[in-house]
Design a protein around this ligand. Structure first.
Ligand SMILES: *Cc1c(COP(=O)(O)O)cnc(C)c1O
Length: 241
């Protein structure tokens, strides 16, 4: 059963309260934490509710589904839009194949899952042809599970440096997926690792002004991720169930 608007609103309120509490524990401002609503398991009606309650950063993990949803959302907004209202921003959070870059580039705002130089170069080439600059995050496999995507921790700094030489991409920061565990505390080491890696890179002057984001934390572990410095949470289930 799709979640009703009031259910989604309640979920969103609870998440905001949790984020505030986690920020207070970590002595940070909640203003520094953005929420991306991951819509991969949502229906169109739920997506409309998300947008209506102000969640306009939307995430998908498959290119084809992102393209379909982006078109549906655009049609919905065109019907509804008042002149002052903005649109939505689409985040590609799942693994991206190089042969899909061309298709997704015109609609995507941030690609969270860049994990190789070849992929970054393909995005750069396509962005150049479209006369734009594409924002991305470098995905790091902090838990070092062999089946996980993301570059190795040891390769991240060099890769970030190389990406920063590309003129048509903008490196916003780092992304990781914690292992799926029962207890959110078990996800903490992966988040700590990403934050430390990020701080090392900043100390080495890797990345420019824009390099200030940590995309980490999902439904199970976002409170811990906020305590460890997350600036972008990617949340699906906790909003929609
Ligand atoms: C599905 C997904 C999420 C959201 O997961 P939930 O557990 O539903 O919050 C976040 N990030 C990525 C990369 C995903 O694929």
């Amino acid at each position: 059963m799709p979640a009703t608007r009031s259910k989604i609103e309640d979920n969103f309120q609870r998440i905001l309260e949790d984020v505030s509490a986690a920020c207070a524990r970590a002595r940070r401002s909640p203003k520094g934490v953005g929420i991306i609503a991951v819509t991969k398991a949502a229906g169109m009606e739920e997506i409309r509710h998300l947008i209506d309650i102000g969640l306009t950063d939307l995430g998908e993990s498959h290119v084809q589904q992102l393209l379909v949803r982006a078109e549906e959302v655009e049609a919905h907004l065109t019907r509804r839009r008042r002149p002052t209202e903005g649109g939505v921003r689409w985040h590609m959070v799942g693994h991206l194949q190089r042969n899909k870059v061309k298709a997704v580039l015109p609609v995507v705002d941030v690609i969270h899952s860049v994990d190789s130089l070849r992929l970054a170069e393909e995005i750069n080439t396509r962005a150049e042809r479209a006369a734009r600059r594409t924002s991305m995050l470098l995905q790091v496999n902090c838990s070092e599970e062999p089946q996980k995507s993301g570059c190795a921790v040891g390769a991240a700094s060099h890769l970030a440096e190389m990406i920063c030489t590309l003129k048509h991409v903008r490196l916003l920061g780092l992304m990781t997926m914690a292992p799926l565990v029962e207890d959110a505390e078990q996800a903490r080491p992966a988040f700590v690792r990403l934050r430390e890696l990020f701080e090392e890179m900043r100390n080495e002057k890797i990345g420019g002004e824009a390099f200030r984001h940590l995309s980490m934390g999902m439904s199970q572990d976002y409170r811990v991720a906020v305590e460890e410095g997350a600036t972008m949470l990617r949340i699906g289930t906790a909003l929609l169930s």
